[in-house]
Design a protein around this ligand. Structure first.
Ligand code: ATP
Length: 313
């Protein structure tokens, strides 16, 4: 039986600007996405038993057809019926390392890994761009998770422009185990709170989009300047998540007080990350955070930027 093991890295947002409402009900975004070393491991194997079979090391993660990894396999079955007729079943085993509801795109990463894994298992010969087109049908962050690295993401997050690699930066991630933040809640609350600031004419919409795209973050990345990157971290969703979740604000405040180069909430939270120039600075910062909070519910990871997305192991 053929089998592939894939590494499915998490992402952080170095930048997340909300332009306004799109006609399809989603928000128009300008984001800088960055792959990191924290990753799930997804193993996909041919089975004689027909159908899609999914297991996950974390019992909190749905193990039915609502799992994004399941949806990825299902989409491939639907899109390639002729190949599917010659195949039997597949089993998907997820070794979960990326926390759920963390703003780290864990579900999207697993989904991207299954698209890549099914392509290999069934010898479909899909290009990266074809895989990303399929990925966009399943969710906004999934096309990025396929290729990974550093990218400018616009539209709903599915339109990608690669940016120079930044694999020399280290980071500490902090998240309370029992504190997930719902992504739909964060965007809906943002709209309710700041919707009156959204552009109302096409010209104003384009002007705001251009302003966000010419952010200093993009200049800092083009220059591969870690200090400037740390200085220009930005996330609009902090405006709604931090007031609602003071614990997240407290993590951010401590990172700042302990002298992190820069700190920011990732995506819709609840993970906060802090950038460091070296691995030993990141280890030191993690230890400071552990003793400052002394809370078994607080999880901390030291990791670094990655220049690739899904990787075959
Ligand atoms: P994002 O940054 O893309 O908003 P997130 O890190 O906040 O993502 P996820 O951990 O990807 O959130 O998952 C959010 C929801 O998706 C969970 O409530 C979970 O029920 C569902 N889900 C579906 N498939 C998966 C999966 N493979 N891993 C984790 N969660 C999954």
């Amino acid at each position: 039986m053929r089998s592939y093991s894939l590494l499915a890295p998490a992402k952080i947002n170095l930048y997340l600007g909300i332009v306004g409402d799109r006609p399809d009900g989603f928000h128009e975004l300008v984001m800088v996405l960055q792959s990191i070393g924290l990753a799930d491991r997804v193993t996909i194997t041919e089975t004689t038993q027909p159908g899609i079979h999914l297991t996950c090391s974390d019992s909190e993660v749905p193990q039915d057809d609502t799992n994004l990894a399941y949806k990825a396999a299902d989409l491939i079955y639907q899109r390639f019926p002729e190949v599917a007729k010659r195949q039997s079943g597949v089993s998907i085993a997820i070794d979960k390392q990326i926390p759920m509801g963390a703003g780290l795109a864990g579900g999207s990463a697993d989904c991207a890994a299954v698209l890549v894994g099914m392509d290999l298992l069934w010898d479909l010969g899909l290009t990266q761009s074809e895989l990303q087109t399929l990925a966009a049908e399943l969710g906004s962050d999934i096309p990025f998770c396929v290729g990974g690295g550093t990218a400018l993401a616009t539209g709903r997050g599915e339109l990608l422009d690669p940016l120079p690699d930044l694999d020399n930066l280290h980071l500490v991630l902090a998240k309370y185990r029992d504190l997930p933040v719902s992504t739909p809640w964060a965007y809906q609350t943002f709209r309710r709170t700041f919707g009156t600031e959204y552009p109302t004419t096409p010209d104003a919409f384009i002007a705001k989009q251009q302003a966000l795209r010419s952010s200093q973050m993009l200049r800092a990345i083009a220059d591969r300047n870690p200090d400037a990157i740390a200085q220009h971290l930005y996330n609009d969703l902090e405006r709604v998540v931090l007031p609602e979740y003071p614990q997240v604000q407290a993590l951010r405040d401590r990172f700042e007080a302990f002298g992190a180069m820069g700190t920011m909430m990732s995506g819709s939270g609840s993970t906060v990350f802090a950038l460091c120039k070296t691995a030993s600075q990141a280890e030191g910062l993690k230890i400071q955070m552990e003793s400052a909070f002394n809370d078994p519910d607080l999880e901390l990871w030291v990791t670094q930027f990655r220049s690739t997305g899904i990787q075959i192991l």
